[in-house]
Design a protein around this ligand. Structure first.
Ligand SMILES: *[C@@H]1O[C@H](CO)[C@@H](O)[C@H](O)[C@H]1NC(C)=O
Ligand SMILES: *[C@@H]1O[C@H](CO)[C@@H](O)[C@H](O)[C@H]1NC(C)=O
Ligand SMILES: *[C@@H]1O[C@H](CO)[C@@H](O)[C@H](O)[C@H]1NC(C)=O
Ligand SMILES: *[C@@H]1O[C@H](CO)[C@@H](O)[C@H](O)[C@H]1NC(C)=O
Length: 142
């Protein structure tokens, strides 16, 4: 009985692997190529939030920045899921020293001297079965 269960498990894993490799995109899918995804994608939302946190952690700015636009969002299936995202990150009115950890409650700076937006590109690799997220690329320009 154990042998049969093990075989079934292996077969199931093989099917899952194929499903994952094929992605959920219908029609003309090339395995491993990046495809556009919805701005509402939950994984994307996490990646975008994580990039803002990464940015804030690296910057010496007195204010927190938050994502202000997603210019391009793609997902690629490679031993997990790779997100390739072009986004804008803008200065908010929240000061870092206030330790507000809810970015959505921070409004963007109004037009003026403190208004600033960076264009960023990030590539984040998520390995769900290891519960791991790795930022492989992150760069921004004014
Ligand atoms: C913030 O940066 C420090 C030092 O560079 C690092 O040790 C820490 O893990 C970072 N935290 C996050 C959430 O990225
Ligand atoms: C993917 O999204 C980008 C930016 O939004 C767009 O320029 C491009 O045409 C899209 N590609 C496809 C295949 O829909
Ligand atoms: C963060 O702030 C937003 C806007 O003020 C609010 O709707 C949301 O409930 C807050 N989330 C948390 C976890 O406090
Ligand atoms: C995955 O990691 C996050 C943060 O590191 C943790 O909160 C969560 O409980 C973990 N989930 C699993 C299934 O290990």
């Amino acid at each position: 009985m154990m042998g049969l269960k093990t075989l079934l498990l292996i077969a199931l894993l093989a099917v899952l692997e194929r499903m994952l490799a094929a992605g959920s995109h219908r029609g003309g899918f090339v395995p491993g190529s990046p495809v556009n995804i919805s701005r509402e994608d939950r994984g994307l939302r996490r990646v975008v939030l994580a990039s803002a946190q990464f940015f804030n952690n690296q910057s010496n700015d007195a204010f927190l920045f938050k994502p202000s636009a997603i210019l391009k969002a793609q997902r690629q299936i490679v031993k997990g899921i790779r997100y390739l995202v072009d986004l804008e990150i803008s200065r908010t009115v929240c000061r870092k020293r206030d330790n507000n950890n809810n970015l959505s409650s921070c409004d963007l700076q109004p037009a003026g001297r403190l208004q600033q937006t960076f264009q960023c590109h990030t590539e984040v690799w998520v390995i769900p079965w290891q519960n791991a997220t790795r930022t492989q690329v992150f760069h921004c320009r004014a």
